[in-house]
Ligand binder design. Structure first.
Ligand SMILES: Nc1ncnc2c1ncn2[C@@H]1O[C@H](COP(=O)(O)OP(=O)(O)OP(=O)(O)O)[C@@H](O)[C@H]1O
Ligand SMILES: [Mg+2]
Length: 272
């Protein structure tokens, strides 16, 4: 029996102890506040619609999509989208960080990749490969570890043979480093970016919820937080709420401005 991992969660994907397993119910709980920008929502909805019409696609001899690649900066919702897919498909999510399966013996790494895909073939799930660039890097970029290109070949083969009721989702923020052949294997791609005005406002509404706040705070704060990722906005809002709670008053723009300053989101630092 595998020991509980440091996060207290049992890896239940048998044979691949580097994976973390989430039930559809756990996934649904995580995505209660997801904001998908219109273009990505459309892509996800179409992807899911097709998966629910398998027979029709078989009749027309048109293959169904089952591999989705997400790329873009940190904190913009790539991992969250994988949870969302699992929740909507009512499938478990099997999360594998590819950097965690790299072994000093590269033969082991290839064998780990194979095991993961074998698992997904046998047990319907959303197989989520996070930190995808760790293995799927351009073969030319892997000079120092020539052997690594063999692992990329294994990955290509696994992607080619991927079939059945599982879906493969992969995420990276180093998309330019991905091997061209790997890139081509993904039938669906989604680009993530810092939230636009509308998405930011929608997210602020969800985060503020029933919390009492000064008038106009949402719109003013949303404008101030332009350039922040969803993850930054969440942390800043939490900080601001704490300030309001300590002083037992409504959330103010000042709380958000101070929290923004204290939190120092990465994008804001770069822009300075
Ligand atoms: N689109 C979004 N809608 C709602 N919340 C979001 C969204 N994107 C990010 N968040 C919030 O930020 C947290 C981190 O997001 P997530 O893990 O999905 O980012 P990521 O794009 O996978 O980042 P990384 O590249 O660092 O892995 C989420 O748990 C959620 O609280
Ligand atoms: Mg992520």
């Amino acid at each position: 029996m595998n020991k509980a991992k440091s996060n207290g969660r049992m890896p239940r994907a048998k044979g691949i102890d580097t994976a973390t397993y989430y039930t559809p119910k756990e996934c649904a709980k995580k995505v209660r506040r997801i904001v998908l920008p219109t273009a990505n929502r459309r892509i996800v909805d179409e992807f899911l619609t097709i998966l629910n019409m398998k027979e029709k696609f078989e009749t027309h001899d048109v293959p169904i999509p089952n591999k989705l690649l997400m790329f873009g900066p940190p904190g913009t919702g790539k991992t969250l989208t994988a949870f969302y897919l699992a929740a909507r498909l009512e499938l478990p999510l099997v999360l594998v960080r590819l950097d965690a399966i790299i072994h000093s013996h590269l033969g082991e790494t290839a064998s780990n990749v194979r095991k993961i895909f074998e698992y997904a073939k046998a047990s319907p799930c959303v197989l989520f490969l996070d930190e995808f660039d760790a293995i799927a890097r351009t073969r030319e970029n892997n000079d120092e570890v020539k052997e690594m290109s063999r692992v990329v070949n294994t990955l290509l083969q696994c992607l080619d043979e991927f079939e059945g009721d599982s879906v493969c989702a992969a995420a990276t923020n180093l998309e330019t480093e991905l091997d061209g052949a790997i890139w081509r294997r993904f039938d669906t791609k989604m680009v993530y970016s810092m939230p636009e005005d509308e998405a930011r406002e929608e997210y602020m509404d969800l985060l503020i919820g029933e919390f009492s706040c000064d008038q106009g705070v949402r719109d003013l704060a949303s404008a101030r937080l332009e350039g922040c990722s969803f993850a930054d906005i969440e942390q800043i809002l939490l900080k601001a709420k704490r300030k309001a709670i300590i002083e037992d008053r409504a959330l103010s723009l000042k709380d958000i401005e101070e929290s923004h300053h204290e939190y120092q989101p990465r994008a804001a630092l770069v822009a300075k």
